[in-house]
Design a protein around this ligand. Structure first.
Ligand code: G16
Length: 547
């Protein structure tokens, strides 16, 4: 094929016309908005995925249909590159451009220009694997996606209803099949086997863990967690809750990782279920985020978020690397965002190199690749650990000189298999946390006491145009609107231990405000005062002013 099949694209594109007036944007996690408006976007993403595969010589590209932690009526779509990582950022702008071509004619012109600009050889094959979460709008959107794939004659595989991390795993497994970097069998069974086998080896010989309660956010994590429990057998007692994937309106509703992290409290459905001292965790709607928590003896809620997971996991890996006799060769580093609690950054920086990057797993992932072992978690519980090829080679070839070194090397090898290195994976991360807790004989209390979080508050501000807010210095400072950062600085100075920043969301049409201070009431006050500044600057409706 030396030119795009215009007739084919045209005949299918007319079934998927772009709604006039709507503007779409490929943001932090792909396109994300009300599911009922996304038909044309999915069709065009199908075409784009096929072209991405052609550009990469027929490698398999992933497409995930999900809106993750967002409310049930939302939906979204993101592309996954061949190694299971997020779409290369230079293609995000192209995706936005194609999604906004108003007519089929305009789309064809934009596609021709795009193929020319990016020098895509249209004679190459194209292969795509896709999946969706449990949202009611999913099946229809997948049909639109398939039309886009068929418009370009792509080969495709439907991975069905599964989690975002499983889809990322499949992409990597398909593309590495039969190579020395083979990632595992390219099926859900392969994924579950890989994780559960590694877990059983790591937990072997340790005291049986106490029961863990998992809040599945009434999302796609539920059916996959049910299957995972079968593979885990009696290696860990797990009780699943919020598994109602067929109940309308239940998804992410007063449950799930985002609810817990943002409201800093138990999902109401767990209040009469969770016992003091018992560990629990929440997944989000597509099971790529994880937040732990427990109630103390006085039934006080304690949250163990992405920062606490970083502290726990990074120190465990550092200790293993040392015990294996590889501490000269393998350096462990951490990546965070501005949302990381100030106490966590202090705790980690005293022990390891720490880098701060803008929000979005893609930024953290790329930064983590610069370490031998890179541990990254956003405070919202989205993250993983990357072992570079150099580190993996050191671990497999190092000759242990003592039994202790040999054990540590085995543990590191099993960790590499346990951790889904393609992207944040709530279920894999949950198993990782359980391994560390078992090895350290920690309950939630000991884990929590690694450092004390500074009180903090996150506030959303609805503004007319979130793109009027631009940032620098890993989102820690506002560049525009001009003058606003100065006013924020002035406010922050009045609060003991005060810190605050403002950034436009990449997944919702809002501006986010984060604040922390030594005292909870002060963190709340600072957040609302900064939110007020943002609101006034954006000229919002006075009745909607954040209070
Ligand atoms: C997505 C991204 C995360 C990001 C989150 C919130 O998460 O993958 O990296 O932290 O959105 O982003 P924002 O503040 O820009 O809206 P998920 O779990 O929704 O895919």
């Amino acid at each position: 094929m030396s030119a795009l099949p215009h007739d084919n694209i045209r005949s299918l594109s007319v079934k998927h016309e772009k709604p006039s007036k709507l503007k779409f944007q490929y943001g932090t996690a792909g396109f994300r908005t009300l599911g009922e408006t996304l038909d044309s976007v999915l069709f065009r993403v199908g075409i784009l995925a096929a072209l991405r595969s052609k550009k990469l010589d027929g490698k398999t590209i992933g497409v995930m249909v999900t809106a993750s932690h967002n409310p049930e009526p939302d939906n979204g779509v993101k592309l996954v590159d061949p190694r299971g990582e997020m779409l290369e950022s230079s293609w995000e702008g192209h995706a936005t451009l194609l999604a906004n071509a108003q007519t089929t004619d305009a789309l064809l012109v934009a596609l021709d220009e795009f193929v020319k600009l990016t020098k895509i050889d249209l004679s190459k094959p194209s292969r795509v694997v896709f999946a969706r979460d449990t949202r009611p709008s999913g099946p229809k959107l997948v049909e639109s996606l398939v039309d886009g794939l068929e418009a370009l004659g792509a080969e495709y595989r439907d991975a069905g209803v599964t989690t975002t991390p499983v889809l990322h795993y499949l992409v990597r497994a398909i593309n590495t099949k039969g190579t020395k970097e083979a990632y595992g069998e390219d099926t859900e069974h392969g994924y579950l086997t890989k994780l559960s086998d590694a877990f059983k080896k790591l937990i072997g010989g340790k005291a049986a863990p106490s029961p863990l309660l998992i809040d599945c956010a009434n999302g796609v994590g539920a059916p996959i967690a049910v299957k995972l429990c079968e593979y885990l057998g009696d290696s860990i007692p797990i009780k699943l809750t919020n598994t109602a994937i067929d109940t309308k309106g239940a998804l992410n509703n007063s449950c799930g990782a985002d609810f817990v992290k943002t409201s800093q409290k138990l999902p109401p459905s767990l209040v009469s279920v969770l016992q003091p001292g018992q560990r629990a965790c929440s997944l989000d709607g597509d099971a790529d985020r994880l937040i732990y928590y427990y109630l103390d003896d006085r039934s006080q809620f304690h949250m163990l978020d992405g920062d606490k997971i970083t502290a726990l996991v990074a120190s465990f890996i550092v200790d293993l690397v040392k015990a294996a006799g590889l501490d000269e060769q393998i350096k462990v580093g951490v990546v965070q965002t501005a949302y990381a609690n100030g106490s966590s950054t202090k705790y980690l920086s005293e022990r390891l190199p720490v880098k701060c990057v803008p929000t979005g797993v893609k930024h953290l992932h790329h930064a983590a690749e610069h370490y031998h072992v890179g541990v990254y978690f956003e405070a919202n519980g989205h993250g993983t650990v990357l072992f570079s090829q150099t580190a993996q080679d050191q671990i497999t070839t190092h000759k242990p000189s003592t039994p202790a070194q040999s054990t540590a090397l085995n543990h590191l090898t099993n960790l590499i298999n346990l951790i889904n290195q393609t992207v944040g994976d709530a279920l894999s991360d949950m198993l990782l946390v359980e391994v560390v807790l078992a090895h350290k004989s920690y309950s939630g209390v000991e884990w929590d006491s690694l450092y004390s979080d500074l009180p903090n508050r996150l506030v959303k501000v609805v503004v007319g145009d979130r793109n009027a807010f631009t940032t620098a210095d890993a989102e820690r400072r506002l560049v525009s609107p001009p003058g606003l950062q100065g006013k924020i600085d002035e406010l922050v100075r009045r609060y003991d231990g005060g810190r605050s920043f403002v950034r436009p969301s990449g997944t919702e049409d809002v501006v986010r405000v984060y604040a922390e201070a030594v005292i909870k009431s002060q963190a709340d006050e600072l957040a609302f005062r900064v939110a007020g500044l943002v609101f006034d600057e954006a000229g919002g409706d006075p009745t909607q002013r954040p209070k």
